[in-house]
Design a protein around this ligand. Structure first.
Ligand SMILES: [Fe+2]
Length: 492
């Protein structure tokens, strides 16, 4: 498919010709009532309540312990924040409008500023005081001209060449002012690629260039991106594929892009028949999960492997070793996890679905695959030293579920040596923690938690060598931030 055909196809399929009858909102009102009722008996649900504030600010956070003196910079995070829009509640955690959080760490102090991303969707609904647009897991019948009309910019962030972008995965990046967090607008990397989906889990190569993917389910395609370290488009490619799998993340090695196409696929006909984007997906336990090794120079698929049916949100990393490409992932046996994040929006908790760390070895000569389970503890949100991207990695920071209640621990594992440390938070739910280097090269683990006992969000800083000892500093906000997804640290 060339670009012209692709864009024509987008125009034809992007909801423009569909007219559905109006839904009754009675059910959605019931979601608010059910959530609020459950919140009274399950205090941890406060993390999914959401906010209706445009901005949140605290000039100096209360700190217990001592912020490391060489740790200075900006810790940005993104996630869904407005989970209820003018009296209607979304049906999935991934739906809410994005809010970018900025924690500025300087001279032993931390300030916080959070601001909603002024997307087209957010501004239009604010102006009309009404939920108007369909979201990832919430169906609404309104026609839209293109996918960026429902872009919530709520998954992650790309800091690049002193610029900052809020990332979704179905549409374009939104540029944000890194200081004021004011929304600058939709980013188009070139006239030829305007409106093509730019995913949330890009990877930065050793030369500073940026690799990314995007899945265009309505267009039967996956888009590959390569930007230079200043954000100039070097190369892109549109790969056709039917029943587009939900590809949230991917990996790079020295020679390859590694894409896993999970057995969780899009049914376009179902989508056209009054279903949300999520509900138009199906998990096929009999369909292999495909691995593509894509040549970084040509962007051609060089090799294909098959794995047992599975779903993966996040990969640890991939690297080349002899005749093998090796990668590690947080592997789910199916896609039931999506239902967990539906039910939590009405306060009906379910056990967190199993994601276990796996290592996969792809032998390029023998064309064989070996999967190895690395732990029997549920793990998610892996993070490594970004300087090890595409190379053999050493330390893996991740969140773990120890006990019944979602992710409540942070761990650091070296799966090569078997060294392992963890710290369990009491009455707190953990959000993604990052492994970062300070200005002297010391390793720190930085991440936020929701303290549902104290009803506040906290920033926790650990010495990576002594994670077991607990945080060396905890900074407390005077409010709860809605539970979010991903962040980046920019050293000052
Ligand atoms: Fe993610």
């Amino acid at each position: 498919m060339n670009r012209r055909e692709f864009i024509q196809s987008t125009a034809g399929l992007a909801f423009g010709s569909l007219v559905f009858p109006h839904l009754s909102f009675a059910e959605q009102d019931e979601w608010i009532a059910t959530f609020n009722q459950n919140l009274k008996i399950k205090p941890w649900l406060i993390g999914w309540q959401g906010t209706n504030q445009e901005t949140l600010q605290t000039k100096e956070l209360e700190i217990k312990g001592k912020i490391p003196q060489d740790l200075n910079g900006y810790f940005y995070r993104n996630g869904p924040a407005q989970n209820e829009v003018h009296g209607k509640r979304y049906h999935h955690w991934f739906d809410g409008d994005g809010m970018v959080q900025k924690f500025h760490i300087a001279n032993g102090k931390i300030s916080h500023f959070g601001k909603m991303v002024d997307t087209h969707k957010y501004l239009t609904e604010k102006q009309q005081q009404k939920m108007l647009f369909r979201a990832f897991g919430t169906y609404l019948p309104r026609r839209i001209a293109n996918v960026d009309r429902i872009n919530t910019a709520n998954i992650s962030l790309l800091p690049l060449n002193k610029r900052l972008f809020a990332l979704w995965e179905g549409g374009s990046a939104y540029e944000i002012d890194p200081e004021t967090l004011k929304t600058i607008g939709i980013q188009s990397w070139s006239p030829q690629t305007k409106g093509l989906p730019f995913g949330a889990h890009y990877h930065q190569d050793s030369d500073g260039s940026i690799w990314n993917i995007g899945y265009a389910s309505l267009n039967d395609a996956i888009v590959l991106w390569h930007l230079d370290n200043r954000g100039k488009l070097k190369q892109f490619k549109i790969l056709p594929i039917e029943n587009v799998p939900m590809v949230h993340d991917f990996m790079i090695t020295e020679k390859y892009l590694v894409l896993l196409l999970p057995s969780f696929r899009f049914d376009k006909a179902k989508f056209m028949n009054k279903h949300s984007f999520l509900d138009a997906h199906y998990f096929d336990k009999d369909q292999a999960t495909i691995v593509w090794l894509i040549d970084k120079d040509t962007l051609n698929i060089q090799k294909t492997f098959e794995l047992p049916a599975q779903f993966v949100f996040h990969f640890v990393n991939a690297y080349e070793q002899g005749n093998e490409v090796v990668f590690e992932s947080m592997r789910y046996p199916n896609a039931d996890i999506f239902n967990v994040f539906t039910e939590v929006m009405r306060g009906r908790s379910k056990k967190f679905t199993e994601a276990y760390p796996y290592r996969v070895r792809l032998n390029l000569e023998k064309n064989t695959v070996v999967e190895e389970k690395l732990s029997n503890i549920y793990n998610e949100f892996p993070s490594i030293d970004i300087n090890e991207t595409g190379l053999v990695h050493t330390q893996v920071v991740s969140l773990q579920q120890r006990g019944e209640l979602f992710l409540n621990s942070v761990a650091i594992n070296n799966y090569q040596t078997g060294e392992a440390q963890h710290f369990s938070y009491a009455k707190q739910l953990a959000e993604e923690h990052l492994l970062i280097k300070d200005s002297r090269g010391n390793d720190w683990v930085v991440g936020t938690t929701l303290d549902y006992g104290e009803k506040c969000t906290k920033v926790n800083i650990f010495n990576a060598k002594k994670l077991n000892d607990g945080p060396v500093a905890v900074a407390k906000l005077p409010y709860v931030l809605p539970l979010g997804f991903h962040g980046k640290f920019v050293n000052a």
